[in-house]
Write a protein of this length. Structure first.
Length: 584
């Protein structure tokens, strides 16, 4: 016998008000337990550093040195060494080294599991069954099932450590939508999640249209088991990235870095122009080769360019001691020497993304200095920059928030103790990125759920989502130098950034960036007004170096940092740089 239907608000009241609701309305993530633990850990390592100093410089066998030695050994044995071992083990296993973030990740997985199994109650042959939904929300047994699930969701939400605009907020929006669809009843005095809006902010859909659209969304997510987006991206991509075949150039490996060569596809007439691609140290290079239609490599291969790309690989313990002189000079020298040997006399241009360009620009200036000194013409005449920051200050560049975060949170001694032997994991970099992109976890997941009405759109997003959550480790010494030399000291803009050279007159001296103009290097700069990682005020290479006013080109668009995920924007970009590269 059917009873009065449950109202979605009644079910949401069972879940209750939890950290997932973000009632404070803040977008930044906050972990109060983590902040307290971090304060304790930093002080423990600082105390260890102080005791090391006392043991080293106090008179031998003095009461002070004996007391310091005893305290240091106790501190190391029971506090700092266990912390180091646990963190380093997690990094080696490619797991989350932060136990608080790891706890939240477990909650996301369990929440996704519950969503999947709640949907199972209203599915028949992987299709949403309205009659089952009515039975679930009308019958006594069905109501008990719904209330059981809501209690389980409540337990998970209350165990969530972080606050702010989190992934859990997006998952709760999806739960709310699911409860509305099951009960076929709108919320009281609250907007419907995923309701499309008109320009004036009113609802675009009727309730029936809304329910039909969201049944489709729920079906697609259920069939693909995509409520946990990270697991879905792993399954959909089979743990692999990249759509263009390549080979490793013989004798190119130097430490963990190698040089890839992408052959021109069959049926495409080769164009006698070499492109050297440089990507950031922290990201997998497949950001330039994500998927068909979303690949810089694929688009340039269609034009017949011969493409080489440096791949920094997975840095080892030994690589952690390599500084920017290696990654900004030795690697590029090695790669370009190989390229010029294979293609003598062919024109060479560079295409760079983000940090890959920040390091390649001073390299090209040093290369220009060396060749001019030797009486040679510069062999790399053009460079295309994609969201490449070069200016770091507290005002004009837009890098102020990140500089402030680094000053406040970065401790070189603690970082060396924790990660010196295993390198900086991507999760640590991700924490800093989230500080300058508040709510990014929420917006990425909500964007995925919103596109879930179309199964093809979900598949289309999978390669980017997998790339986003599978970075590589940043060599420890280079990470320190990147933050200190670029972000904090702004050495490149001040003319203080130094690189090695075989020319004794240049070795270890500051790079003269104005040599790019003297050598006739033209710069194409592509930047986005909505890019918090490389703000337009930071991407100013084309305005100050190279052939300013006589060959340089600057394109500024209303885009974010990773515009290559948009087929439309990427096609537009590829058209611009192809025109730029083919200009005499």
């Amino acid at each position: 016998m059917l009873e009065q239907r449950l109202h979605p608000n009644e079910l949401l009241n069972i879940v209750g008000e939890t950290p997932a609701d973000n009632k404070e309305g803040v977008s930044a993530l906050r972990y109060w337990q983590k902040m307290m633990a971090g304060w304790y850990m930093n002080n423990a390592f600082r105390q260890q550093e102080f005791l090391d100093y006392l043991c080293r410089y106090s008179p031998i066998f003095s009461p002070l040195s004996v007391a310091a030695l005893l305290q240091r050994n106790l501190l190391r044995t029971f506090v700092t060494e266990p912390i180091k071992k646990n963190v380093q083990l997690a990094v080696r296993l490619r797991q989350e080294p932060d136990i608080f973030r790891d706890s939240d990740i477990d909650i996301y997985k369990n929440y996704a599991y519950l969503l999947q199994h709640l949907c199972e109650q209203v599915m028949t042959d992987d299709c949403f069954d309205c009659e089952k939904a009515r039975q679930l929300s009308n019958s006594s047994q069905g109501k008990q099932i719904l209330k059981y699930f809501c209690n389980e969701f409540s337990h998970l939400e209350k165990a969530h450590i972080s606050t702010g605009l989190t992934r859990l907020r997006a998952m709760k929006d999806l739960l709310t939508c699911l409860l509305v669809v099951i009960t076929e009843t709108p919320l009281k005095d609250a907007p419907l999640p995923f309701m499309r809006k008109t320009q004036d902010g009113s609802d675009m859909l009727t309730l029936e249209e809304y329910l039909a659209e969201n049944r489709q969304r729920i079906e697609n997510l259920y069939r693909a088991e995509a409520f946990d987006v990270n697991d879905y991206a792993q399954k959909e991509t089979h743990g692999r990235l990249g759509c263009s075949p390549y080979e490793i150039v013989k004798d190119s490996q130097i430490h963990s870095a190698t040089l890839r060569y992408y052959p021109v596809p069959a049926g495409v007439k080769p164009f006698n122009h070499i492109l050297y691609l440089s990507t950031p140290l922290i990201n997998k290079p497949e950001i330039l080769d994500l998927a068909p239609g979303k690949s810089v490599v694929e688009g340039l291969l269609r034009e017949g360019y011969r493409i080489y790309m440096v791949d920094y690989g997975h840095p080892t313990k030994e690589d952690g001691q390599l500084g920017l002189d290696f990654f900004a000079k030795t690697v590029h020298d090695h790669c370009l020497d190989l390229i010029t040997e294979l293609h003598p006399g062919s024109p060479v241009s560079a295409v760079c993304y983000c940090m890959g360009g920040s390091l390649l620009l001073p390299y090209l200036a040093r290369r220009a200095e060396e060749r001019i000194s030797a009486g040679l013409l510069m062999d790399v005449q053009k460079v295309c920059l994609m969201a490449v920051p070069v200016k770091f200050d507290d005002s004009e560049s837009g890098q102020g928030p990140m500089r402030s975060y680094i000053r406040k949170n970065y401790d070189a001694y603690v970082m060396e103790q924790l990660f010196g032997s295993v390198n900086i994991p991507p999760q640590v970099i991700d924490q800093g990125i989230m500080e300058i992109q508040p709510g990014v976890q929420y917006s990425v997941l909500m964007g995925f759920y919103e596109r879930a009405c179309q199964a093809d759109a979900m598949k289309d997003a999978a390669p980017f989502l997998f790339w986003l959550t599978h970075g590589t480790r940043f060599p420890a010494r280079s990470h320190y130098e990147w933050l200190s030399k670029f972000f904090l000291d702004n050495e490149l803009m001040k003319g203080e950034f130094c690189l090695p050279s075989l020319d004794p007159d240049l070795d270890g001296k500051p790079v003269n960036m104005n040599t790019l103009q003297k050598a006739g290097v033209a710069i194409f700069d592509y930047r986005g007004t909505r890019d918090p990682i490389a703000p337009p005020g930071s991407c100013v290479a084309s305005e100050i170096w190279g052939k300013v006013g006589a060959g340089n080109q600057t394109i500024e668009k209303d885009i974010g940092h990773i515009f290559v995920v948009s087929k439309k924007l990427l096609a537009e970009f590829l058209g611009w740089i192809n025109d730029f590269l083919r200009q005499p």
